[in-house]
Design a protein around this ligand. Sequence first.
Ligand code: PA5
Length: 448
Amino acid sequence: MSTHLNGSYLGDFVSEESILAMQEEVTKAHELLHTKTGEGNEFLGWLTLPTDYDKDEFSRIKKAATKIQQTSDLLIVIGIGGSYLGARAAIEFVKSSNYNVLKKDTPDIYFAGNSISPTALNEIVSLCEGRDFCVNVISKSGTTTEPAIAFRVFKEMLVKKYGEEQAAQRIFVTTDKEKGTLKALSDSQGFETFIVPDDVGGRYSVLTAVGLLPIAVSGMDLDALMQGALDAQKSLMQTDVLQNDCYKYAAIRNILYRQGKTTEMMVSYEPSYAMMNEWFKQLFGESEGKDGKGIFPASAIFSTDLHSLGQYIQDGKRNLFETVVVFKKPKQEMIISFDDENTDGLNFLAGKEMSFINQKAFEGTILAHSDGGVPNIVLEVEEMTEYELGYLIYFFEKACAISGYILGVNPFNQPGVESYKKNMFALLGKAGYEEEKAQLEKRLGIKN
Ligand code: PA5
């Protein structure tokens, strides 16, 4: 098993008996998922993606990635939410959060269209100046405002720099197979397109072209990534809650939630896991946070955040639990050197591996937090490779679906995401929103 759940730091909050008592609910959730009879069952394509993915498109993704690598210093990936987080998380997890500034023979990869900040967009625009670049615009709906604004800017830049025909060779579009503005535009302008399958929602889409094209451009091994996911698909099938760590994780989350532990802090001791935390937050937040229910997904990187959030976790409101993802092997090692002066008093660590010290920080922290009334779930993973990542992605996706069904929500819709968009369009004066505009402006005290 590639991701192993260690439940020894759950204290008195969760016993083996209490996990076993969840068996019936877990089995029911499993059946809803696998017989496709639960709410949101039109979005279950991710469940069998590791076996059923489109092999022709997969090889086209690899070819497009090679073309981008050969012709560009930079790839601009335009997208937001599920059309952004997975690719960035994967690249930072396997490569580095410093990927762009490290020495490498693959293009820099910058992510745009994930905010409406003119500062952020201008910065990325200036990074393209004097350099060859391609664009991968990703939007399932093809109509999301943030990426649409950014795409308008970069498309214009490409046309100015390379001319219409060459620019079209540098634009790669990931969108719906037939619907939406982006698809229509691609067909008319001859952009190469990749598909976001109808039955895969944004936050479950990292193992489709949505994530795979940018990931491949970074030089990551797509086959190993998919193999990891495939092994997870096969090994996370059994319904026995004590044997299936994915289901056990989903069950424990719900046990803790029912005891008032309404916030989950996803924690890692590796800074390059920070974007995986963001991916996790969207996955679980959008899936579970509805109908007045849901565990609030938060995150931290330790030991960094022990110097900021540590006080609250140790001593603050007791509505938290932590899920710590621990990697047994670091990507790189460093040995603490001996210093003749020993002015910093660190010679007792001389000759020790830094990962050993990180491990002791983890052990010391988990005991302190457990003593402070914060139950800890530990997910042990061997190393930070493509294979392990594929397994972990599938593990979390399935845990999220099972956990959501246990919670009694539809884990595959996101009705709440629309409210801000409606208000924003009304306030911007989009046609058809006149009445809402007047009401909202009154509430905001805006006088015309
Ligand atoms: O999970 C979701 O559905 C959202 O976060 C979307 O991924 C996000 O809004 C982007 O949507 P689209 O891909 O249609 O541009």
